[in-house]
Design a binder for this molecule. Structure first.
Ligand SMILES: [Zn+2]
Ligand SMILES: [Zn+2]
Length: 141
């Protein structure tokens, strides 16, 4: 690859990462594509996918799949837990420290060395709960 080609690729990856880091919504590749296109109109969805994969491999981003059709991407490379709303499919970061004791417990139990763990909580988000309460109120009237 010539130098110009290399620089273009680096620039693309930078823009994709900054778009990913600009949101806390854990977007799909398609959302990232729509946003990056505002800055780089000629970029293709394939390029977005390729770069998201590279960023994931580099440890700059995480790919989250929750058994739904679309993978979601997380630009927050720090380890953290997630809450997934089963009503609106939104994924939220949980602001609490990683429970390291869990890893020690698994190590003691299994005789293994744990390097990291992931934890997801499922349920209804604040907004969906509020909507539900509102609907119930309307039904009661
Ligand atoms: Zn929700
Ligand atoms: Zn996250």
């Amino acid at each position: 690859m010539n130098k110009k080609g290399f620089l273009r690729k680096t620039k693309q990856r930078e823009v994709i990462l900054s778009v990913l880091r600009s949101t806390k919504s854990h977007p799909t590749a398609d959302w990232v594509y729509q946003e990056v296109r505002k800055e780089m109109p000629n970029i293709s969805l394939g390029t977005i996918y390729r770069n998201l994969k590279i960023l994931t491999e580099m440890g700059e981003a995480t790919e989250l799949s929750y058994g739904s059709t679309y993978s979601r991407f997380d630009g927050n490379a720090e380890e953290h837990y997630h809450f997934v709303c089963e009503s609106c499919d939104n994924v939220f970061d949980i602001d609490m420290p990683i429970i390291e004791e869990l890893e020690r417990e698994v190590e003691a139990k299994m005789g293994v060395k744990v390097s990291r763990h992931r934890l997801e909580f499922y349920g209804k988000c604040e907004e969906c709960l509020a909507k539900e309460t509102e609907q119930k109120k309307n039904l009661a009237n």
